[in-house]
Design a protein around this ligand. Structure first.
Ligand SMILES: NC(=O)c1ccc[n+]([C@@H]2O[C@H](COP(=O)([O-])OP(=O)(O)OC[C@H]3O[C@@H](n4cnc5c(N)ncnc54)[C@H](O)[C@@H]3O)[C@@H](O)[C@H]2O)c1
Length: 418
């Protein structure tokens, strides 16, 4: 694996805040002293640099990334240090594909990349490029240096609440960066794109379940910026022979059933909270309890209803999408289970999976949230022969809990063990 140096380009995210390793940012009962936090950060950064230097010396496989090889697809995975991207890279590598991960590490975990590198360390299997997708030159360089066949574009900031507070960041990171990436693909004649979209592009439709032809009326900048990116892709593909697949995910949970990867939300992101990460944090005692936002929605128990899709199933949908793309066409698919689960039901499943009776506080609604969202996944079954297999929520949470319990500090514990 080749790891490019971590020198920051002008418009990359700042590294230091992203590597806040104190675990003190949100809902932590007893903050540690400042000096201890600094020592922990310094030690971890040193270990990280050692890891990167060690990998940088292993350049012997780089030539392989610049050449095409019969029967091997070279997939560029943007956001491959993140939750879903790392699981996708794992599956691609397992299937014998060549993977280049591009990530700015603003949100993901280099520890996830390290796990992949340990599993797939042969020359020409996996390389990591530290770059920001907003950096046009860096993006072009990736395509110029590598014989990329297809792109899976996961990289994004992805929190509804944060998008309400920082809309421009979302239009920049999601819409503008997708345009930059797409233009580079066109320039370098890369003709297959799998795009990570979201059910947030539908907003709050009157009719459930949501079909792909349900009108898209997003109600927050996250959903709007993703819909704009979708529109850009659709408009371009009409004029070209690119094969694009837009996958609209519902709520993604779970982790690798073999326990190699997991969901490791960074402490500074806790406040934006995904429910599974919050559930495990509460079960571990890292935060005092769970906060359920909104109990007066027009749903069966007053809490929001969501469709929880297992990350392994989601990745499988990407592989099917990769196989079925048609030049000059955009395939659009919902990826969900088709079943709505209320937040209260999710909390009960979380308690069962973790065996911890986590405390729950009920609060007012969060701006930008919608009451009920679940998919009609029949189109993807019909056209790509895909269906969700991991549909037992308690079982999915149990698997994810096993990884999190073994790695209470997420991937940071792996890095400091180097
Ligand atoms: N997790 C969900 O429930 C969910 C639901 C619907 C859609 N999605 C979409 O799936 C994708 C992946 O989400 P995730 O949950 O894995 O998020 P994540 O935060 O775990 O991973 C995103 C990765 O993208 C990287 N990244 C962000 N901006 C970047 C940039 N400018 N340049 C390079 N790298 C950058 C981050 O460092 C991170 O590693 C996103 O596009 C998201 O919108 C996620």
């Amino acid at each position: 694996m080749q790891v490019s140096p971590l020198t920051r380009r002008r418009n990359q995210g700042r590294l230091s805040p992203s590597w806040s390793l104190t675990g003190m940012d949100y809902g932590v009962p007893r903050p540690r002293p400042h000096v201890v936090a600094k020592v922990v950060i310094a030690a971890t950064l040193t270990a990280l640099c050692m890891f990167i230097l060690r990998q940088s010396s292993a350049l012997d496989g780089h030539d392989l990334f610049s050449k095409r090889e019969e029967g091997v697809m070279h997939v560029l995975v943007t956001g491959g240090a993140g939750f879903i991207g790392s699981h996708a890279a794992l599956r691609l590598l397992h299937d014998g594909h060549r993977v280049t991960i591009v990530d700015n590490l603003s949100r993901g975990n280099i520890g996830a990349v390290q796990v992949l590198q340990q599993l797939y360390s042969e020359p020409g299997q996996l390389q990591f490029v530290h770059a920001d997708l907003g950096d046009n030159r860096a993006v072009h360089k990736v395509f110029a240096k590598n014989a990329i066949d297809a792109v899976m574009h996961f990289a994004a900031v992805a929190y509804v609440g944060e998008s309400m507070a920082e809309p421009l960041r979302y239009y920049d990171n999601i819409t503008s960066n997708t345009l930059t990436l797409l233009k580079a693909m066109v320039h370098h004649q890369v003709k297959t794109l799998i795009y990570s979209s979201t059910c947030a592009t539908y907003g709050e439709p009157a009719q459930m379940p949501i079909r792909e032809d349900t009108p898209q009326v997003p109600i927050n900048p996250y959903g709007k910026s993703k819909k704009m990116a979708e529109d850009i892709i659709r408009d371009y593909v009409r004029t070209s022979n690119m094969a694009a697949m837009i996958l609209r995910y519902f709520n993604v949970i779970g982790s690798d059933p073999e326990g190699r990867l997991g969901e490791a939300p960074r402490p500074e992101l806790r406040q934006h909270g995904r429910i599974s990460g919050a559930c495990f944090d509460a079960a571990l005692g890292v935060i005092p309890g769970l906060q359920v936002k909104g109990t007066d929605y027009d749903t069966k128990d007053g809490t929001c209803i969501r469709d929880y899709i297992h990350v392994t199933d989601l990745v499988d949908a990407h592989i099917k999408a990769l196989e079925h793309g048609v030049p000059g066409e955009v395939g659009i698919y919902n990826v969900g289970t088709g079943k709505g689960v209320s937040v209260k039901e999710f909390v009960e499943a979380c308690k069962t999976a973790t065996g911890v009776n986590v405390s729950v506080t009920y609060l007012d609604r969060r701006p930008g949230d919608y009451a009920e969202v679940f998919s009609d996944p029949s189109k993807i079954l019909r056209e790509l022969n895909w269906t969700a297999k991991y549909i037992d929520l308690k079982e999915s949470l149990s698997t994810a809990w096993r990884w999190r319990k073994a790695n209470p500090n997420g991937y940071r514990s792996l890095i400091s063990a180097i």
